[in-house]
Design a protein around this ligand. Structure first.
Ligand code: PEP
Ligand code: MN
Length: 381
């Protein structure tokens, strides 16, 4: 594991009167895509005037679009434009790379960092090709989460890059593809970056509220949530004329709005458990600890009964899955839990997990299948 660099090392902005925490945030700002030299220059100049600290100026040179026919970035020509912007405004550059050719061109142009997009992280062949092309490079590489909520795939991509480069690798949470209705373009599943941080405490998490939100009015809320969860930086798509942007128009913000978002962010200090401030939490934590033990006892008791039901179903040739019963349990949880102030999403996840475990128990009864199996490990196979 590599030690994490202090994010402020990259920050060369000058905003007065900011708390140290905010000053240390790693900020990646700039348009979704490079459209023209003029667009980049106007945006960069407005960002500089906003005085938001900038660690990297972003612009997609080659844009992976879900559908053909959409604007795919200006391509190779944009590399020269961006070099000019860097020299004019002293802005370190970052762009997306999706293959070895992109890496070669970007390194030749002297970019300061690269990111791997969500549609590339899903494919270990592409990630390995990029990692090999980056061999020995001492620059930060940012790895967006894959489009599906697959922590192993994300971590695997991070490790492939780490094996080849001497620079720091940063994971970026940009949300996951959505099916059905959602307020967000890409649903944030905070549990996944939290689990990543638990497995790899040395990694510094970055959040991309723009691609999570999909709409500029939600960016503040998502960015704040990320900070509350100790994320170390933000990538915010910023454009001099967002509504006229050739890609992701609805989620890009004006540099003046970026300043508002930045100023509005509340930075909470991360305190170690030994800190005095943590002492004040101890009585709440004692209550939580007792309740957690109680919850575990209740869950274990529920699973015991579930196993007995499983035996009974087996002996009476009744199928394990009873859709009406499951539907009744879920609806009752949603209704009663909702009355108790618990969110629908949380109740759905919790009861689906409980039901899943019950079903597993009932389909692998020890009496009929020999020794008790570790069902959850098996499922992860
Ligand atoms: C982007 O940052 O412009 C981009 C395409 O992001 P993602 O890979 O997260 O969709
Ligand atoms: Mn974009």
């Amino acid at each position: 594991m590599k030690a994490c660099k202090n994010v402020s090392e990259y920050t060369n902005g000058e905003m007065d009167n900011q708390s140290d925490g905010k000053r240390d945030l790693l900020m990646i700002v700039g348009p979704c895509s490079a459209e023209s030299e003029n667009q980049l220059r106007t945006t960069a100049s407005m960002i500089r005037r906003s005085k938001v600290p900038v660690s990297f100026f972003r612009a997609g040179v080659w844009k992976p679009r879900s559908q053909p026919g959409n604007f795919e970035g200006a391509g190779d020509a944009a590399l020269e434009w961006l070099k000019n912007i860097r020299d004019e405004f002293h802005l370190p550059l970052i762009t997306e790379v999706a293959n070895a050719r992109h890496v070669e061109l970007v390194l030749e142009a002297g970019f300061d960092a690269v990111w791997i997009g969500a549609r590339t992280t899903v494919n270990p062949f592409y990630v390995q090709e990029i990692a090999d092309a980056l061999k020995g490079v001492n620059k930060p590489v940012f790895v967006k989460n894959p489009v599906s909520p697959d922590l192993n795939l994300w971590l695997g991509a991070i490790e492939r890059i780490e094996e080849q480069i001497s620079g720091t690798v940063y994971p970026i949470h940009r949300g996951f593809s959505v099916t059905g209705n959602s307020r967000f373009r890409n649903r944030p599943v905070w549990q996944i970056p939290i689990e990543l941080k638990t497995r790899r405490p040395d990694l510094n998490l970055i959040c991309d509220p723009s691609h999570i939100a999909g709409r500029r009015e939600y960016i503040q809320e998502v960015a704040q949530k990320a900070l509350d969860l100790n994320f170390g930086g933000l990538m915010v798509e910023t454009h001099h004329n967002p509504d006229a942007a050739l890609s992701d128009a609805g989620q890009q913000v004006l540099p003046t709005a970026l300043r508002e978002i930045f100023l509005e962010l509340k930075f909470r200090e991360y305190v170690e458990l030994t800190d005095e401030k943590a002492e004040a939490l101890s009585s709440f934590r004692e209550q939580i600890d007792k309740l957690d033990v109680h919850l575990l006892e209740l869950l274990a008791e529920r699973m015991e009964i579930s196993s007995k039901i499983g035996e009974w179903k087996h002996d009476n040739s009744v199928s394990v899955l009873q859709p009406e019963r499951w539907s009744f349990i879920l609806k009752r949880a949603q209704s009663r839990g909702g009355d108790m102030g618990l969110s629908r999403e949380f109740l759905d996840q919790l009861f689906k997990a409980i039901h899943d475990e019950s079903i597993d128990r009932q389909t692998t009864l020890p009496r009929h299948f020999g020794a008790k199996k570790n069902v959850s490990n098996e499922r992860n196979g």
